[in-house]
Design a protein around this ligand. Structure first.
Ligand code: ATP
Ligand code: MG
Length: 732
């Protein structure tokens, strides 16, 4: 046939083109390594389906991993096609399920104004619940209950269908049941509930399901390896009317097992959807040769892989730069000085990513960037919308549309302080419990004490649908006294909170309901007076830092490796590469944990196009304590011939080679570093060799007069305390 738009295929190789053009009536699985063009193929497939009239815009649903990915796909498609793409459902599983629930809130047994709980809201509810049930948090940690509830939901299980022989689990199930009731009463929905509720909605409603069966003839799923069992069941249900599902994924990048993701879904998919053979793509277009070599070498250490080849025509490019720092501050300084150099060389900051294994590691890096006046943007972690002051303001907004939102009420009934003490709040709670009402209703009967708060909420309620969204936010800030409260605090941190509240006002001013409609808000809310507020709040709960203040500005992109999946950057810094941090300590005690960490490492390496830095610190402050580490085994797994050491070759727990820890001349000048103290001639952080235990790092020391007691981490041989008067220690 003739291509109406030959450009569609201009940037595809033969394998990719075959994948795009495979039978439009049947399902397919594309199984291929990182950077091989899976996402590009998926996007082009949509364009191809539309262009050849295999499907109309409204027949297509595309599931991406992040909202950001959805927006990018939308932009690409708009550039490729003349179609208006509004009718296409494009978004994350959560976004799409949210949309379904908004559309069919009645059938889903939810109030029209239902609100989404993010994970910190969920923790708050669970704490409240435990208190109500008189269960001590020491006996049952909120985190444990939260994990239990989410895991059950992700397995598709309601409390009513659970049963257990042991009293411990029985209690968890009882709490889960209470939690379900509480959420239902308050009209709130957690992340896992979005999925489970919309699954149940479709499953219980034959007419509705039939409607969607005939509507969505083509469903496309990116990052398929990370779907969990519930998402898979949801997909199967929705595609059950004969839809062609086009799934793309990479088993080596499955990194959400801890959230119930199941790579086994790929094999299951082949069986359930009648696919005989996955389609493979084997050429990597993202990374230079050295980076790809490193990625392939690392992942080779995993067994049980589905097996894929990945090659590149790109030149070898830069070697991977490895840097071992004395401590985390020095590591951060190193990274900042390299970033400044890259900036001078003309690199766009948006094309530089700073990745770490866990969010806790970001603070030091953030601090260093801030001091050096390098703009940065953090994805995930404490998102803008999760900051205390912003959540307070949002709670007032929530009460304005639904005063029965108990969680929101508890958050702000006495914040800023307005003389409603713990006793009064307990009275309100008791009254609510006795009369079976919400806290707001109970508070209305409490007289003088609570009257000003009730008035405030009523005043805000009265503005809903009357004033614009930014005007309402302004009212919240003024009437609640939040701004004044923070302004009166003298600390810098509090001033920052005032700025954040102004930023919230900006966000409300620039907020466009249409932006959300793309993947979340359905049309039937259009006449609802509270629509802009609901849309705004939903957006706040679902977005993950992508719309942070200052979007469009060029900034270093900071995020965990998990959050970086599917993305690519010219330059990637992978920091904190210490054993116990990456791979994480916890993972090492779990079956399959190490393999999962290695896949995470594979994801990290393959985010880089041109240059990759790998860095580590021998000493690091985390959660207020100093920790000492040896280089990650994953650094060992990088082939030596693709590395360039900017400091002495790091000592790993297996390595027996000599090295010394003084900074190499390539290391950046380290200013204002305190001179380390010596203990009988030894320095903390220094490497030493012991006749029996081999090479270790001195992690602590105490002076004992003529000698010193050194605490030394010998890696596999463990941590020993040795006296310099007796132990034979050689400096390296
Ligand atoms: P990941 O597994 O990390 O999600 P992926 O398989 O989805 O990766 P893409 O992000 O689609 O890979 O593609 C990687 C990069 O290679 C992108 O910059 C993409 O534009 C580019 N690319 C893909 N195919 C080609 C091609 N045939 N010619 C040139 N560039 C390509
Ligand atoms: Mg991709």
């Amino acid at each position: 046939f003739q291509d109406s738009n030959p450009d569609l295929f201009r940037n595809l190789n033969t394998q990719q083109r075959q994948a795009v053009e495979c039978n439009p009536q049947t399902s397919a699985l594309i199984l291929a390594g990182a950077g091989s063009g899976k996402t590009r193929v998926l996007t082009t497939r949509i364009a191809w389906l539309l262009q050849h009239a295999h499907a109309g815009v409204h027949n297509i649903m595309a599931v991406t991993f992040t909202n950001k990915a959805a927006k990018e796909m939308q932009t690409r498609l708009s550039a490729m096609l003349p179609h208006n793409l509004r009718a296409m459902w494009l978004g994350t599983f959560h976004g799409i399920c949210h949309r379904l629930l908004r559309l069919h809130y009645r059938d889903a047994n939810l109030p029209q104004t239902f609100q989404i709980l993010d994970s910190s809201d969920q923790t708050a509810i669970i704490k409240r619940l435990l208190k109500q049930m008189d269960i001590d948090e020491k006996v049952l940690a909120p985190r444990v209950l939260q994990g239990f509830i989410n895991a059950q939901k992700e397995a598709g299980l309601r409390s009513g269908s659970l049963d257990a022989p042991d009293p411990y689990t029985q209690r968890l199930i009882r709490c889960y049941a209470e939690y379900e009731q509480l959420c239902q009463r308050e009209g709130v929905v957690d992340f896992a509930e979005l999925l489970l509720r919309s699954y149940e909605l479709l499953n219980a409603n034959a007419t509705l399901l039939a409607h969607y069966h005939s509507r969505f003839t083509h469903i496309l799923v990116d990052e398929f390896q990370d779907t969990n069992n519930l998402q898979y069941a949801w997909l199967k249900l929705l595609a059950g009317g004969g839809a062609a599902v086009f799934a793309v994924g990479d088993d080596d990048q499955s990194i959400y097992r801890f959230r119930g993701a199941n790579v086994g879904n790929m094999a299951q998919f082949l069986r359930d959807f009648g696919v005989s053979e996955p389609i493979k793509l084997e050429q990597n277009y993202r990374s230079v040769g050295n980076i790809l070599t490193a990625a392939n070498a690392v992942i080779q250490n995993n067994s049980d892989r589905l097996g894929k080849n990945l090659r590149t025509d790109a030149p070898d490019g830069d070697k991977i730069r490895v840097f071992s720092a004395f401590n985390d501050l020095v590591e951060a300084e190193f990274i900042v000085s390299e970033i400044k150099m890259l900036q001078r060389e003309g690199h766009d900051l948006n094309q530089i990513a700073l990745l770490y294994r866990s969010n806790a590691q970001s603070r030091v890096l953030e601090q260093a960037l801030f001091q050096a006046a390098v703009p940065y943007k953090i994805y995930g972690g404490l998102r803008f919308y999760e900051r205390q002051e912003v959540k307070h303001a949002l709670a007032y907004l929530r009460l304005a549309i639904n005063p029965d939102d108990d969680n929101a009420l508890l958050r702000v009934i006495n914040f800023p302080p307005r003389g409603i003490g713990t006793r009064t709040i307990e009275n309100i709670q008791a009254a609510a419990q006795t009369s079976g009402t919400t806290l707001f209703q109970a508070a209305c009967t409490m007289g003088k004490k609570t009257a000003p708060f009730i008035d405030l909420i009523e005043q805000l309620r009265g503005q809903v649908g009357v004033v614009s969204l930014p005007e309402l936010v302004q009212s919240v800030l003024d009437l609640s006294g939040l701004i004044t409260h923070y302004q009166n605090q003298k600390q810098i941190a509090e001033q920052e909170r005032v700025e954040n509240l102004h930023e919230l006002l900006n966000a409300a001013t620039y907020f466009r309901v249409e932006d959300v409609q793309l993947d979340t808000l359905p049309e039937n809310l259009a006449d609802h007076a509270a629509l802009p507020i609901i849309a705004f709040l939903s957006n706040a709960a679902l977005e993950s830092g992508e719309n942070q203040a200052g979007k469009g500005d060029s900034a270093v992109q900071m995020m965990t490796v998990h959050a970086a999946k599917g993305l690519e950057f010219d330059v990637v810094f992978l920091s904190g590469m210490e054993e116990g941090r990456f791979p994480s300590e916890l993972s090492l005690n779990e079956a399959g944990g190490l393999a999962e960490e290695r896949r995470l490492m594979y994801v990290a390496i393959t985010r880089a196009r041109q240059r990759l830095y790998v860095s580590m610190a021998q000493q690091r402050m985390l959660h207020g304590v100093s920790q000492f580490g040896v280089p990650s085994r994953f650094v060992d797994e990088l082939p030596e011939n693709v590395l360039q050491h900017l400091s002495p070759k790091p000592k790993s727990k297996n390595s027996q080679e000599n090295s010394h820890l003084k900074f190499h001349q390539h290391a950046p000048a380290v200013s204002n570093q305190e001179l380390p103290r010596d203990f009988d001639g030894f320095l903390i952080g220094e490497n030493v060799r012991h006749g029996k235990f081999g090479v270790g790092v001195i992690i602590d020391a105490v002076d004992g007069g003529s000698s010193a007691k050194l605490t030394i981490n010998f890696g596999v041989d463990g941590i020993k305390v040795l006296d310099t008067a007796f132990a034979k220690l050689a400096k390296l």
